[in-house]
Write a protein that binds this ligand. Structure first.
Ligand code: CTP
Ligand code: ZN
Length: 153
């Protein structure tokens, strides 16, 4: 194998490769998928060159196959992410992520006066713009846009 063709992060035998994550969203994606609590082997790389994204990140999770509703949550911070399902070293399926209609938990409401920032209430939003993600709070109706989006742990 030619030096320039070597994978920056080694291939995996079984599991899920999440590719085309904007580099700035890597840690948000790790949090959203709660990968910290997973016992599977996880490798990731960031600030890798990508023709389309500029700098991208990639996450490889061995022996883990996510449910669509779990994976769609990452669309909030990585709308162009692509999932590759790997079986015996081969890519057997490719999936794109889809922005959900509603977001429960995960995101903090931008409004400092919102009840969710004072009481122990799970945040709830309606997705009002799917291309440049914007979330409308169910409680205070304020809009949290992509740039303001803070991910709750
Ligand atoms: N991959 C991996 N382990 C494997 C097979 C593939 O980690 N056993 C990774 C590759 O490194 C790549 C991604 O899975 O990041 C998708 O693989 P492939 O479809 O072969 O690559 P591309 O054609 O470049 O994919 P894309 O659809 O993103 O253009
Ligand atoms: Zn609110």
């Amino acid at each position: 194998m030619n030096e320039s063709k070597k994978l920056s992060v080694s291939a995996i035998k079984e599991g899920t490769v999440i590719d085309h994550i904007p580099a700035a969203s890597l840690f948000k994606v790790l949090t959203i998928l709660d990968l910290e609590s997973l016992k599977s082997q996880i490798t990731f790389g960031t600030n890798l060159y990508s023709k389309n994204l500029g700098l991208k990140a990639i996450i490889k999770v061995s022996n883990k196959f996510f449910k669509d509703n779990e994976i769609n949550k990452i669309a909030l911070v990585a709308p162009e992410a692509k999932l590759n399902i790997i079986t015996d070293y081969e890519v057997v399926e490719k999936k794109i992520v889809q922005i959900p209609e509603n977001v429960v938990g995960i995101v903090k409401c931008v409004n400092p006066k919102c009840i969710t920032n004072h009481d122990e209430i799970v945040t709830r939003f309606t997705v009002i713009n799917k291309s440049d993600v914007a979330l409308k709070c169910h409680y205070c109706e304020k809009i949290t846009d992509q740039a303001q989006m803070k991910i709750l742990k």
